[in-house]
Write a protein that binds this ligand. Structure first.
Ligand SMILES: [Zn+2]
Length: 412
């Protein structure tokens, strides 16, 4: 699910126990965290029965998680129950936070999300990043990250890691942007440009958008295609609750699936890619509008007013999306296609032609199409939640870091 983050948190740094016991302890700590996160607040006894361990074993694990600031006790459970009253456990709202960042073609955004999933701090800078030097953009992003971290720290949180969503292809090292055509960045090592104070993972914005849908969406199934748009079109393929990454990490590039092989040239080097018909700028051009600041807002407003040029352009974009998605649906047989990002706000005018193409062209029964409620927030939230999920998946690694930094602080 979040492979790069796992790679960023080396497992098995055993100190006191032999490897197998240490591995078991790590896994059980993760099970306790996931149970309280998904089902909490819960008593220790309820956690024990959920994961099938003895209450004594669970208490030891819970005490360790409380000491590390990952769980907290909310006070006695409702009185009057048989036996000693237990204290309800909840995931801490003052422990580690995931820092998510997004480099858009036209904006930068950063947020801090606590272990309960609440956004606790955020900062946004609007303005184009197209053609700017990566170092200048990353310098600006770093200032936003530090501002958000400082704000989170004032609320008693500490940053467990930084995840950055980018509009381009990211290598499997989870730090190098191989190619971001709409920024004109090539082989850019963000790890070298960002300060190394936080564990870092970089991923394609569409991947984070798809993961956000999986983790935060409304009844999202475990097999789906997520399609989103900014200037480019991004796709993410989720199979059995896991992101399909491909050999080099480039899977899901739906925007560069050819719709008309003889169509206009695309920054990727191909011709007639989906992006040339359904990307925001392409739709504006087709509708005879100038690309301005709020492209989606303008299109939605005009379409709602009944502007036939805009409605026609969106219908054609829906047709192009339907043609490109047919290939993916025939190949992968997902349960649904989820429209996210800018496409979510334009769905009323895209969906009829998109669904018609899918129904006409897919081999089996037509695949359902739904609209994400996360909209353009998806990639940023997905990035921050990827860090949070990594904490839940391996709380021991985070606890060790928390204890190391507390030790360092007392020796200072
Ligand atoms: Zn292309």
């Amino acid at each position: 699910m979040t492979a790069p983050l796992h790679e960023a948190h080396p497992a098995g740094r055993g100190r006191r126990l032999p490897d197998t016991q240490q591995g078991m302890r790590r896994r059980n700590l993760a099970r306790v965290m996931h149970t309280v996160s998904a089902e909490g607040p819960l008593s220790r006894a309820a956690v024990a029965s959920h994961i099938g361990l003895t209450r004594a074993a669970v208490s030891t694990l819970v005490d360790e998680l409380i000491r590390s600031g990952l769980l907290e006790e909310l006070g006695p459970e409702r009185p009057g129950r048989v036996g000693r009253p237990g204290s309800a456990l909840a995931v801490s709202g003052r422990g580690p936070a995931g820092i998510g960042a997004e480099i858009g073609v036209d904006h930068l955004a950063v947020c801090a999300v606590d272990l309960r999933g609440a956004v606790r701090a955020r900062a946004v800078r609007n303005g184009t990043n197209r053609g700017r030097e990566p170092a200048a953009v990353i310098g600006e992003l770093t200032r936003l990250v530090r501002r958000v971290v400082a704000e989170a720290e004032q609320e008693g949180l500490w940053p467990a890691g930084l995840a950055v969503a980018v509009p381009g292809l990211v290598a499997r090292d989870a730090r190098t942007v191989v190619r971001a055509p709409n920024l004109d960045w090539h082989d850019t090592d963000l790890g070298a440009l960002l300060p190394d104070e936080l564990p870092l993972t970089v991923d394609n914005e569409a991947n984070f958008g798809g993961l956000a849908e999986l983790w935060l969406g409304d009844g999202t199934p475990r097999d789906f295609l997520h399609v989103s748009a900014e200037i480019g079109i991004g796709g993410a393929v989720v199979v059995d609750g896991r992101l399909l990454r491909g050999t080099r990490g480039f899977a899901g590039e739906l925007g560069h699936v050819p719709v008309h092989p003889d169509g206009p040239e695309c920054p990727c080097g191909g011709h007639g890619c989906l992006e040339q018909y359904a990307g925001e700028e392409a739709v504006l051009r087709a509708a005879g509008l100038e690309p301005g600041e709020d492209r989606v807002g303008l299109l939605a407003e005009r379409a709602a007013q009944g502007d036939e040029d805009v409605r026609g352009a969106l219908r054609d974009a829906g047709t192009a999306l339907g043609i490109a998605l047919t290939g993916a649906v025939n190949l992968l047989d997902p349960e649904t296609v989820v429209l996210g990002g800018a496409l979510a706000g334009l769905a009323p005018w895209l969906l009829p032609s998109l669904e018609r193409e899918l129904a006409r062209r897919t081999a089996g029964p037509a695949c359902a199409v739904s609209v994400s409620r996360l909209g353009s927030e998806g990639p940023l939230l997905g990035a921050a939640h990827a860090v949070v999920r990594a904490v839940l998946d391996d709380p021991a690694a985070v606890a060790e870091r928390a204890q190391d930094s507390a030790r360092a602080a007392t020796h200072r």
